[in-house]
Design a protein around this ligand. Structure first.
Ligand code: NAD
Length: 327
């Protein structure tokens, strides 16, 4: 990233993607104010970030009005429960963070004249009827199912962001992030990669939902965050898909994780949760042409350093090769 920003506010900066975004900004010479209520964030990630003198942490719930004094030229709005486990546990908080929280983050960007980037999600496409999914596809979402608290919170957040931008109140970019994974994820996060990785490392059954033929497209966190920062440094309003179009079945991902873990785990099958998407694959033509974005780490390669990351939690006594990605 070129040093374009002097001071950034990262909401959700103690989370998986947020902590890496804070780190990348700090490396580029940007002062960072991380705003987080630690609902799903990691105190460990904060400890690493606090070693940077230009890093500041504010314990703050974005659903309440908040302010950051002094100049700000980027608001990166990532605060939101993000895993099905988290938004299943905090359904109302998820809706409030997407709605009131996004409004407060937008108001901060408006007050300071900062560029605003909102972390939306491929979940706005629901269980898609077209694949790969281009940004022009409006989605196939159940508005009242168990996933709706997340999907509709993000759809509302997109609408609110677009309304502020249309009214000329902010320069905003909406990023639709596809499944991201990598070192820095919490082992108890509940999403597919940490779940499979910890199961495989423990030698427990790896629990694939359904028959495993549903597809996912895994994007390494370092690619995702690079895409977010490219969007931040541009004037593109989006929405723009940020992901890796290299699609794989859930069964293939589980098999690869078991092999990388050198594990004797078997795959067992659980019922698919309601509204679980059958296919997930980004069309990244827009990100390629407008941002010059290209994912660099394939999922097979990226899972190797991710397995290494989870080994520290499951087998703290085992020697590890130091992982990259700033962790
Ligand atoms: P995460 O759960 O690791 O991080 C989210 C952070 O937001 C946490 O630190 C949490 O404490 C904080 N937070 C939640 N509610 C808050 C509130 N009301 N006030 C202040 N802080 C709050 O999730 P992540 O994977 O890092 O995701 C970051 C963002 O990217 C989220 O908005 C998520 O929806 C989006 N996203 C992520 C993925 C992915 O695969 N990781 C995919 C699509 C979209």
């Amino acid at each position: 990233m070129t040093t374009r920003f002097r001071r950034a506010v990262v909401t959700g900066g103690a989370g998986f993607l947020g902590a890496l975004a804070c780190r990348r900004l700090l490396e580029a010479g940007t002062s960072v104010v991380c705003v987080d209520n630690l609902l799903t964030g990691s105190a460990q990630a904060l400890t690493r970030l606090r070693s940077w003198p230009e890093f500041e942490f504010r314990y703050c719930d974005v659903t309440e009005p908040f302010d950051v004094t002094g100049p700000v030229d980027l608001v990166l709005h990532l605060a939101s429960p993000a895993s099905p486990t988290a938004y299943g546990r905090f359904p109302i908080e998820t809706l409030e963070t997407g709605s009131r929280g996004t409004r407060h983050a937008l108001d901060l960007a408006e007050r300071t004249g900062a560029r605003f980037v909102m972390a939306s999600t491929s979940e706005v496409y629901g269980d898609p009827e077209v694949s790969p999914q281009p940004e022009g596809y409006w989605g196939h979402v159940n508005p009242i199912g168990p996933r709706s608290v997340y999907d509709e919170a993000k759809r509302f957040a997109e609408a609110l962001t677009a309304a502020y931008a249309r009214a000329g109140r902010v320069s905003a970019g909406i990023a639709r992030i596809f499944n991201s994974y990598g070192p820095g994820m919490r082992p108890d996060d509940g999403r597919m990669v940490p779940t499979f990785a910890c199961q495989a490392l423990r030698g427990d059954p790896v629990t694939v939902t359904g028959d495993g033929t549903q597809t996912r497209s895994l994007c390494h966190a370092s690619d995702t965050v690079r895409g977010l920062l490219l969007l931040a440094a541009s004037d593109l309003p989006g929405p723009v898909n940020i992901g890796n179009p290299d699609e794989a079945t859930v069964h293939q991902i589980a098999t690869r994780i078991i092999a990388l873990a050198g594990s004797g785990s078997r795959i067992t099958h659980l019922p698919r949760p309601p509204d679980d998407p059958m296919t997930r694959c980004p069309d990244i033509s827009l990100a390629r042409s407008e941002l010059g974005f290209e994912p660099r780490i394939g999922w097979q390669q990226g899972l190797a350093d991710t397995l290494n990351w989870f080994t520290r939690f499951v087998h703290p006594d085992r020697p590890r090769v130091p992982v990259g990605g700033g962790f």
